[in-house]
Design a protein around this ligand. Structure first.
Ligand code: ADP
Ligand code: MG
Length: 753
């Protein structure tokens, strides 16, 4: 079969978009003409001399502005996706200047079935194929990633700030580490995956247009198919479809960029220029080294270029005159890609097939389930023959008819559980009603029954969970053949077949015509017989003219290419100059501001990481004895950081948290000097002091004759302030307003009432 086919070329098709409204409004000239039948595109260079011939390019097929999405799909992409379903790897690249329809070709207009692009169309195609298949099991999964400035972002992961790395394994090749992939069961599910990715793509970008024109988006669909082979074993084929919307191929303007911006500018299309270099190296035939490793994109898609994959490249171009240079560049670029030879083969039973893992896991779970049901069956059997019969003999005999027994058991599994429960319930009841038993014993039996019921319930739950897991896993595996009898389906299939045939026919026609044209020119001479000299002269002149025109075209092409090269070289030189300047500045800084010793240290530590293509620093270690640096210093063992003896002592003596892991010295407070004095009483002359003392003493001994008053009144007058205070609380119960109240002061000299 096609497995035997050892090599095939990369298929290149060109698609020219219609003039957009702006171009129409501005009245731009259309410089691209497309011969769909012959598969040729010609571009008139309006800037060149007026007598210059249009440049011709021939491709596998070409599509003009009237082309429909479905046309492209049926003719160009459907065969590729069919191969993927058979287990080949397939890749579709959309290449071209920004705004020429790459995204339109790949994704198209999401909600319009007429204008849907390759990606949604392939979803439909894949799942329809699966639903029609018979005796095959499928597993479809999808991933979505983006490469921007040589950084890989997983568009389906929750953490959009994370950057992924490329890794390589000898058995399976290059892969993206930790790239998430989703198993999808239907068109709807995989569409959802795509939408999520697209949303994430625009979320990360500040300017969506600029971002999408500078990043590469890769949607990956992996289709695994398991089928019973002739040898009676299950074989798995894995086809991987890469759908690549490349960054805009237009020249990035690097002039004037400096520092970070320059670095950015040189990085932006690194993947794209690496892709060009890979293509050049592949078609050149002399190169022994293909620079796949120069960029993330080429590493990741290594298989698609010269490896194990079928590849289609769609070159998108614009028709208007102001795009003519980019259009020509695109056409030349893709024209070279035609000559890449790939070696596609069916990927049979690869090690990393997820489907195999699924199958094995399901088998394991099923075995577990069976073991469980086996256990309960034994229980049942033991109970059924019950009292009589030798159990051992029974069991051994049973082993033989295990198979059909189990099938039967699976069928009435819920029934079985119910029966068991009923039975236990009945037994419980019987125990309750059995009056011959002692209460104690009854309780014991009852408890035992209840425990049994509990156990049963648990086991049932466990089995159910297992069964659910098996079911969930099985539901991911898709099997077709459900609606194979569907009449409309059949007709659709026939229709598709016919369409495919027509497409194939067209392709062959085109090929033949292209060949014929080539041969015509070669054999023209041989066929001619001339009746007269004059005729011969005429014909030969005509031919000479034709050949001369051709020569001119080739010359012009050479001239163009040379100009292109010069331009490119100038640009490279300019970039180089900028970089050299940058480098000189860095050197200057290093030489003048960084001590030689430090510089040497850094130089000794730095190394180039091959994986990342970045300079990195080794961790700091002492060169002669790095073992010592690895262990913690003695003063830090058991502590957060090295500790002084003092701190350790302080920690032991005081339990304060402050000294837990600190080197703190305990110091006395450093107080400022005093600015005040103690209070000193004023000095009194001894005479005055004596007089004063005497006076104070005298007062103590003053005798007041108050005999006319009640003794209470005397006391009262002394405690006047006290009573006065009390009087302010008239609510006091103990002081009613009685006249004899001792609390109220009485004025001297007044006769009490
Ligand atoms: P790119 O992805 O290459 O930057 P887009 O796919 O975004 O370009 O296309 C730019 C515009 O041109 C879009 O509005 C798109 O709808 C339109 N366009 C591109 N190709 C076609 C086509 N073949 N038919 C109709 N419209 C197209
Ligand atoms: Mg785009």
């Amino acid at each position: 079969m096609s497995k035997m086919k050892s090599s095939e070329s990369v298929k290149v098709v060109v698609r020219c978009r219609p003039m957009n409204d702006k171009e129409v409004a501005a009245n731009f000239e259309r410089v691209v003409s497309v011969d769909v039948k012959l598969g040729q595109v010609s571009v008139k260079n309006s800037r060149g001399a007026s007598n210059e011939h249009p440049k011709m390019f021939t491709f596998d097929s070409v599509y003009d502005w009237n082309s429909k999405q479905v046309e492209l799909y049926d003719e160009t992409f459907r065969p590729l996706v069919d191969s993927v379903l058979l287990g080949f790897n397939g890749t579709i690249f959309a290449y071209g200047q920004t705004g020429t329809g790459k995204t339109y070709t790949m994704e198209g207009v999401r909600n319009d079935p007429e204008r849907r692009g390759v990606i949604p169309n392939s979803f439909e195609h894949i799942f329809t194929h699966i639903s029609r298949s018979q005796n095959q099991q499928y597993l479809v999964r999808a991933s979505y990633l983006e490469i921007y400035q040589e950084e890989i972002r997983d568009l389906l992961s929750k953490d959009q700030s994370r950057r992924l790395e490329l890794k390589e394994r000898p058995d399976t090749g290059v892969y993206v580490k930790d790239l998430s992939s989703f198993v999808t069961k239907s068109v709807k599910e995989i569409e959802h995956v795509m939408n999520v990715g697209n949303q994430n793509r625009s979320v990360g970008a500040t300017n969506m247009n600029e971002h999408s024109s500078r990043s590469h988006a890769i949607f990956v669909i992996t289709v695994e198919c398991s089928e019973l082979g002739l040898d009676g074993e299950n074989h798995i084929r894995v086809g991987k479809l890469n759908l690549v919307d490349l960054a805009g191929s237009e020249r990035q303007n690097k002039t004037g960029a400096q520092g970070e911006r320059l670095k950015e500018a040189t990085k932006i299309n690194l993947s794209l220029s690496a892709l060009g270099n890979v293509i050049s190296a592949l078609v050149d035939g002399k190169s022994t080294h293909i620079p796949y490793r120069d960029s993330k994109l080429t590493r990741l898609l290594q298989d698609s270029l010269g490896g194990n994959a079928k590849t289609v490249m769609v070159a998108n171009i614009g028709p208007a005159s102001y795009n003519v240079e980019e259009t020509l560049t695109t056409l030349r670029y893709s024209n070279r890609a035609k000559n890449i030879k790939n070696k596609p083969r069916v990927n049979e039973d690869p090690k990393d097939a997820l489907l195999r893992e699924f199958q094995e896991e399901i088998a394991r779970l099923k075995a577990q389930l069976e073991k469980r049901s086996g256990k309960k069956k034994k229980k049942r059997r033991r109970r059924h023959p019950g009292e009589g019969g030798e159990e051992l003999g029974e069991d051994e005999e049973d082993e033989d008819d295990d198979g059909d027994e189990e099938a039967e058991e699976d069928k009435d599994a819920p029934d079985y559980w119910r029966k068991q429960q009923d039975k236990l319930e009945k037994e419980k009841k019987a125990i309750l009603e059995d009056h011959s038993l002692v209460a104690d014993e009854k309780q014991k039996l009852l408890r035992e029954k209840e425990r049994k019921m509990e156990d049963m319930k648990k086991e049932k739950e466990a089995s159910e969970m297992l069964a659910a897991k098996v079911k969930a896993m099985e539901s991911k595996l898709l099997v077709g053949g459900k609606n194979i009898v569907d009449h409309t389906n059949e007709q659709q299939k026939i229709l598709e077949q016919k369409r495919h045939e027509i497409a194939e026919q067209k392709r062959r026609e085109r090929e033949m015509q292209q060949q014929m044209e080539c041969r015509d020119e070669e054999t023209l001479e041989l066929k001619e017989t001339y009746s007269s000299l004059q005729q011969e002269v005429d014909i030969k002149t005509k031919k000479l003219k034709k050949l001369f025109a051709k020569l001119q075209a080739v010359k012009a092409e050479i001239h163009d290419l040379q100009e292109d090269h010069i331009k490119e070289r100038q640009e490279l030189e300019q970039t180089q100059n900028e970089l050299t300047r940058e480098l000189k500045l860095k050197h200057l800084i290093i030489e003048n501001f960084i001590p030689l010793e430090e510089k040497n240290k850094i130089m000794n530590r730095s190394f180039l990481d091959d994986e990342d293509d970045h300079w990195k620093l080794h961790p700091i270690t002492r060169i002669e004895d790095n073992q010592q640096m690895m262990t913690r210093p003695i003063s830090a063992v058991g502590y957060k950081r090295p500790l002084s003896q003092h701190a350790r002592m302080a920690m032991m003596m005081r339990p304060e948290a402050r000294y837990r892991a600190e080197n703190i010295l305990l110091l006395e407070l450093d107080l400022p000097s005093r600015t005040t004095r103690e209070y000193e009483e004023p000095a009194i002359a001894p005479k005055v002091a004596a007089a004063l003392e005497a006076a104070l003493q005298d007062e103590d001994e003053i005798q007041v004759d108050a005999s006319t008053f009640e003794s209470i009144g005397n006391k009262k007058s002394k405690s006047r302030p006290k009573t006065g205070k009390k009087s302010s609380t008239p609510t006091s119960a103990s002081s009613p307003g009685s006249s004899a109240s001792p609390l109220y002061p009485q004025s001297r000299g007044l006769v009490p009432k």
